[in-house]
Design a protein around this ligand. Structure first.
Ligand SMILES: *Cc1c(COP(=O)(O)O)cnc(C)c1O
Length: 383
């Protein structure tokens, strides 16, 4: 049995080593290290995969979110509605642009923004709803899109953890997560479902005007003439080497996501019927691509933390995504939230534990993880 890792990018690489190595060597020989043909090809490959007319590659997923918000022509103090339970970056870019993050609690089953609580947060200053497709499962977009349309709000989807996952509309129409709102963003951080060998990110849109603005902002506000700057932008671009690696891995992404789902099924089966332990929910409106496999231990923080320490001692990797919800992060203290504001997010931060999840996990490894997990968990739970 291979050593168990939270994410195993090296085993994944070895299986397509020939494909990747020759593509990387071609970029090195071409001299086109930033931008160039490789990036154009990857852009087209991803447009095709996502069935979206415009993909704009950039330097990382945080930049993608920042550029998305910059492209919408917002004013300081405009409000962006976003979940309290997500990775820090989602709301960080909002604050960085002098916009105001307005947090909403999440659904206890999906861990995604609770669509029923969004309407009550809308004020005359609200301009954007920014849902996150957390851990690989799409947020319930149909009601969010309807609400945004009714209120004239933009929708920006943070699909950093959900590339390749599908959203199923009530009428049966299926679209890729990240292609449903005005702009979708993603990250190619190595541990993401489509991971580069360094940093990378991208934005997606159906709107030509937004696509042009995004392209311009990613390149210092330049559109045609290289030294004429029309707006203030940023420097955010993808390397050719990362682009060819991403094109190669994109050809395998559906298969990688299927392997993650199979690993999740195996975990679910081995964990079924264990008291105090809730396995991931799969919403009927989405295809979950299991960026993370996250359990809830309903006994709470003390038990959860003791289980984590027990796993650490056995060298079985696990992670707490996320131990502190955004409204209780010190960095967001200026927005005036306090403990008790978002009970579900607070409860989840005390109960969640993520286990190893990647495309290379074997049945043996999953059995080993679960067996040792239960050996640690059950005595703690019953004491
Ligand atoms: C990873 C991630 C980001 C940021 O992506 P980077 O490429 O690391 O900048 C943003 N949002 C979510 C939900 C993420 O998981």
């Amino acid at each position: 049995m291979n050593p168990i890792q939270m994410v195993d990018t090296v085993t994944q690489y070895r299986k397509i080593k020939a494909e990747i190595d020759s593509a990387v060597m071609q970029v090195i020989e071409s001299g086109q290290y930033i931008g160039g043909n490789a990036v154009q090809t990857f852009r087209q490959d991803l447009e095709k995969f996502l069935n979206v007319p415009y993909v704009i590659p950039c330097a990382n997923g945080t930049d993608a979110l920042q550029v998305a918000l910059m492209a919408l022509g917002l004013k300081p103090g405009d409000e962006v509605i976003t979940p309290a339970f997500t990775y820090f970056a989602t709301a960080e870019v909002v604050a960085l642009l002098n916009l105001t993050p307005v947090f909403v609690d999440v659904d206890p089953q999906t861990f995604n923004i609770d669509v029923n609580q969004v309407a009550a947060k809308i004020t005359p200053r609200t301009k954007v709803i920014l849902p996150v497709h957390l851990f690989g499962q799409p947020a319930d977009m149909a009601p969010l899109l309807a609400l945004a349309k009714e209120k004239g709000l933009f929708v920006v989807e943070d699909a950093a953890q959900a590339i390749g996952s599908d959203y199923i509309f009530p009428d049966g129409t299926i679209k890729k997560a990240g292609t449903l709102g005005d702009i979708g963003t993603t990250s190619f951080y190595p541990s993401k479902n489509l991971g580069a060998f360094g940093d990378g990110g991208a934005l997606f849109t159906h709107n030509e005007d937004l696509a042009n603005r995004i392209t311009r902002i990613c390149n210092h506000g330049v559109s045609k003439n290289r030294y004429l700057h029309e707006v203030i932008g940023v420097n955010s671009r993808l390397d050719g080497v990362q682009a060819v690696i991403l094109s190669a891995k994109l050809r395998h992404l559906a298969e990688y996501n299927t392997a993650r789902q199979a690993a999740a099924d195996k975990y679910d089966q081995l964990f079924s019927g264990i008291t105090g332990l809730i396995t991931p929910y799969r919403a009927p409106y989405g295809k979950h691509v299991f960026h993370q496999y996250t359990l809830r231990l309903t006994a709470g923080r003390e038990v959860r933390d003791a289980v984590k320490s027990g796993l650490d001692a056995l060298k079985i990797p696990s992670m707490i995504y996320y131990p502190v919800p955004l409204h209780l992060q010190e960095a967001y203290a200026p927005y005036g939230y306090s403990a008790g504001d978002f009970p579900v997010s607070e409860q989840l931060s005390a109960e969640v534990i993520s286990l190893p999840m990647h495309s290379e996990l074997t049945s043996d490894q999953i059995e080993y993880i679960v067996q040792h997990f239960l050996a640690v968990y059950q005595p703690i739970y019953s004491s």
